[in-house]
Design a protein around this ligand. Structure first.
Ligand code: GTP
Ligand code: SPV
Ligand code: MN
Length: 617
């Protein structure tokens, strides 16, 4: 395992000690914690039990240390603002690795690292990395504790901010430790901000390290993350475990771990349908998860906004759960006119990161209100006015809030058995070409639509904003194995379903723009008009137009009553330009070629028939 070294004497405090379960599995957990402590040399170890009092004390400490600002409880009870280091504001994909035994198991879309090399790196980076800090041991469950579709893990971390965030995003505490003690399998995750403190050294507001390193061991179910305190790099249960590691477990066990929102849509006739949707980061999952329909009769219940674990059931249908317990959502653009449900969810008990602070001790970000307050402190802690010429909140500023606070959360959102899926959506952010909605002709065509998603880059990760990139299944940064094998796995899961019970697949794009650069579709609550058409398709109430790229609605079949959209814009929203699509097909061919022999032949066949249809068009 790690290179030998002499651990410093560790004056462990007595608070938050390990629960005294006397089993071999518990001894194993304690031995692992000791091993990490010997490597990272923290000043103290705190086992998180999950109580309210413990969480309150943790938050008080963070405020005392200047790492959180307590918001004015009159406006935002139980809520806090964190300001990150300006360099630590998003996921760092270039420093994220899959350390599978074989390089081809990481595939062309991941950064691969040889596991032995990765362990050597870990030994170097983590040695003494927690000096002067408390190491927290956080047992967590993804999915309700003990649920048939749930999985558990432990994160050790030297970031109290991460602990508070994990406490919102997952189910944390002794009930999980007990499961581990009883022998349940668990995932090992280790996180350090990589900023050890010398004796007497004063801490900074947001400790982190320029050298970031996030590495996953899919064969041994381990994650190590160094140098960053930011959400997806630090809340390891989320993208690292629930997607990268879980996708590998899912491949081996015949299920799917997906970057998807999950909702229940109830039609005017009172029929319930379940919709899951994969959209790349910052492309509308949380907003669709909290949809408030602008058309009468429809309602939406929220089940999840980012991750879905999906399993074929005995009835030949897919069933899905949201493994998370909170929302880690994009703040900018969230306001009364776009997502009033989110605004109401954020009434209190929320940790905000990198938003602006109002003089009255509340928060603000671009889009919360139409007009900006006259004076603010921006996300970097500087005075700000509307004339400052820069955003007050970072474009990837976020809120972390318990899902239970969502006013439209489904009553049964924590049901361990999940919900049966009727519809799968694939979305992206495309200024051109991709219509508002297209229906796949069958499961294989649906997999082709998922595999070929491309989307303009957003602020959720490092990189050039607006640049078009492939993001298959919105899983490009999150698939823990070879994406070619992942495509094949999707095809295989489809074959395991009863032929008439597979979810129907649709591609959507809320982000198409006109020649003048403005969005052609009003989006947000009006996306219910698209859902309405999709459900009527499923119910067989409406026909579609066969196009080379899939089935399109007849504009007259859309419910557009009261919609703020012109006939010309609608025609542009559904325009399929065969020449532009031949270029899309050329680009898809290049993309598919990167998978070599791992690409399922069925996807090449889909591409060939797309070209054939385009030629005839
Ligand atoms: P991650 O949490 O990073 O995975 O993002 P997400 O997929 O949950 O995206 P989210 O719903 O937070 O939306 C990201 C940005 O897109 C926000 O600024 C939203 O205001 C904006 N957005 C969401 N839905 C729509 C829409 O229908 N139309 C337009 N124009 N913008 C949208
Ligand atoms: C995303 O980037 O998809 C997010 C934020 O939801 S993070 O948790 O950082 O991945
Ligand atoms: Mn989101």
């Amino acid at each position: 395992t790690f290179a030998p070294h002499t651990p410093a004497a560790m004056p462990l405090r007595s608070f938050g000690t390990a629960p005294a379960y006397d089993t071999p599995a518990m001894a194993d957990l304690v031995a692992w914690v000791d091993e990490i402590a010997a490597l990272t040399q923290p000043a103290a170890i705190h086992w998180v039990g999950g109580s309210r009092a413990e969480n309150d004390a943790l938050l008080r400490t963070l405020v005392d240390e200047g790492k959180l600002i307590k918001l004015n409880p009159e406006w935002r009870p139980g809520s806090y603002l964190a300001r990150s280091h300006p360099s630590d504001v998003a996921r760092t994909e270039s420093r994220t690795f899959i350390a599978s035994e074989k390089e081809e198991d990481a595939g062309p879309t991941n950064n691969w690292e040889d596991p032995a090399e990765a362990r050597a790196q870990i030994g170097e980076l983590f040695e003494g990395s927690m000096r002067g800090r408390t190491m927290y041991v956080v047992p967590f469950s993804m999915g309700p504790v003990g649920g048939a579709l749930s999985h558990i893990g432990v994160q050790v971390t030297d970031s109290a901010y991460a602990v508070a965030s994990i406490g919102i995003m997952t189910r944390v505490g002794d009930a999980v430790t007990r499961q581990i003690a009883e022998g349940a399998p668990w995932v090992r995750t280790v996180h350090s901000v990589g900023a050890p403190l010398a004796p007497g050294q004063t801490d900074v507001e947001w400790p982190c390290n320029d050298n970031k390193y996030i590495v996953h061991f899919p064969e041994t179910l381990e994650v190590y993350s160094f140098g960053s305190g930011y959400g997806g790099n630090a809340i390891l249960a989320k993208k690292c475990f629930a997607l990268r590691i879980a996708s590998v477990i899912a491949r081996d066990e015949g299920w799917l771990a997906e970057h998807m929102l999950l909702i229940r849509v109830v039609s005017p006739e009172g029929k319930a349908y379940h919709v899951a949707g994969a959209f790349p980061s910052a492309c509308g999952k949380t907003n669709l998860a909290m949809l408030r329909p602008t058309i009468p009769g429809w309602s939406v219940e929220t089940l999840g906004d980012d991750i879905a674990w999906i399993r074929p059931g005995e009835d030949g249908r897919l069933r899905a759960i949201n493994p998370e317990a909170g929302f880690f959502g994009v703040a900018p653009g969230t306001g009364e006119s776009t997502n009033v449900t989110a605004v109401e969810t954020l009434w209190g008990n929320t940790i905000f990161t990198n938003v602006a602070l109002r003089p009255d001790g509340d928060v603000w970000w671009e889009g919360l209100t139409d007009e900006a307050p006259a004076e603010l402190i921006d996300w970097e802690g500087n005075a700000w006015t509307p004339d400052s010429g820069r955003p007050a909140a970072h474009p990837n500023s976020r809120f972390t809030v318990p899902a239970a606070q969502c006013p439209q959360i489904a009553d049964d959102w924590e049901s361990p058995d999940g919900v049966p899926l009727d519809v799968i959506l694939f979305g992206g952010r495309r200024a051109t070409n991709v219509p508002l909605v297209v229906e796949a002709t069958d499961w294989t065509h649906g997999v082709f639509l998922g595999a070929t998603i491309s989307s303009e880059r957003t602020a959720a990760a490092e990189g050039t904003l607006g640049e078009l990139r492939r993001d298959p299944f919105a899983m490009l940064p999150f698939c823990g194995y070879n994406m070619g094998d992942y495509f094949a796995h999707w095809l295989k899961v489809g074959r395991s379903l009863r032929f008439d019970r597979a979810p129907r697949v649709f591609q959507v794009n809320w982000f198409r723009r006109g020649a003048d650069g403005r969005f052609l579709w009003p989006g947000f609550g009006d996306n219910s008009r698209v859902i309405d058409w999709i459900i009527r398709r499923i119910e067989g109430k409406v026909t579609a137009i066969e196009s080379p790229i899939g089935r399109l609605p007849r504009i007259e079949d859309l419910n557009l009553e009261g919609a703020d959209v012109t006939q010309a814009d609608l025609e542009e929203l559904f325009d399929v330009d065969p020449q532009a699509w031949q270029r899309e097909a050329d680009s898809t061919e290049e993309f598919f070629a990167t998978f070599g022999a791992k690409l399922p032949p069925a996807l090449n066949a889909e591409l060939a028939s797309l070209r054939y249809r385009l030629q005839k068009a």
